[in-house]
Design a protein around this ligand. Structure first.
Ligand code: COA
Length: 175
């Protein structure tokens, strides 16, 4: 966990900052600002925000429990401010969120989708799986032709788990 940062459940008033971080990534599909506000209100327990010393968000993960598989956490978006990358922040957020969701909600599987060009995301999730000794299954969830706009890469579903007891560090999770 990078020094000087803390991890918490997001609050509704973090929504605008999460939208800005997603926009500035220039990689993520940018959703409406409204959706980030709503996410912080309704899915705070399955999401996480990293704050710098001033309390401002510098990274986040949004996720939800799949309605038909409530022990599966679908990780929707992960983003870290450019200035904070490469310090282990995304890995710390993912481990802490998995630990919290495991303890509080019984989560033992994580799903996410990754586009084939996203090496950092691929590394983030496969490293998480390796640290937890969890199997990884991959299959195309949404092919390029599923998207209404042209040029969208396929979204490959990574299914990680089941894992027994996610190892998170509660000392870093102020939620
Ligand atoms: C993907 C992203 C969240 C990673 O954040 P980060 O805090 O820099 O990641 P970490 O430092 O925790 O690194 C996690 C793992 O990914 C690897 N990694 C990080 N950046 C990488 C890159 N550009 N290329 C290859 N591997 C990379 C790290 O080496 C680490 O692996 P390790 O544990 O085996 O050493 C960040 O680059 C980002 O916000 N990208 C834009 C948004 C995005 O693509 N999100 C993911 C899709 S939802």
């Amino acid at each position: 966990m990078p020094e000087g940062l803390s991890l918490e459940e997001p609050r509704t008033d973090d929504g605008a900052a999460l939208w800005r971080i997603a926009r500035d990534s220039r990689v993520l599909d940018l959703n409406s600002s409204y959706s980030y506000l709503l996410w912080c209100r309704d899915h705070a327990g399955t999401s996480i925000v990293a704050r710098d010393a001033s309390g401002g968000p510098v990274g986040f993960i949004t996720g939800y429990l799949r309605p038909e598989a409530p022990r599966t956490l679908l990780v929707w978006q992960v983003a870290v401010d450019h200035g904070q990358r490469g310090r282990g922040l995304a890995a710390a957020m993912l481990a802490t969120l998995a630990g919290r969701a495991g303890r509080a909600l019984g989560v033992n599987v994580i799903e996410t989708t990754i586009t084939p060009d996203n090496a950092a995301s691929e590394r983030l999730f496969t490293a998480f799986a390796a640290r937890h000794g969890a199997p990884v299954e991959r299959e195309v969830l949404f092919g390029a032709d599923a998207f209404p706009e042209s040029g969208h890469q396929p979204e490959v579903l990574y299914r990680i788990g089941p894992f027994a007891s996610p190892d998170a560090s509660p000392a870093h999770d102020n939620s």
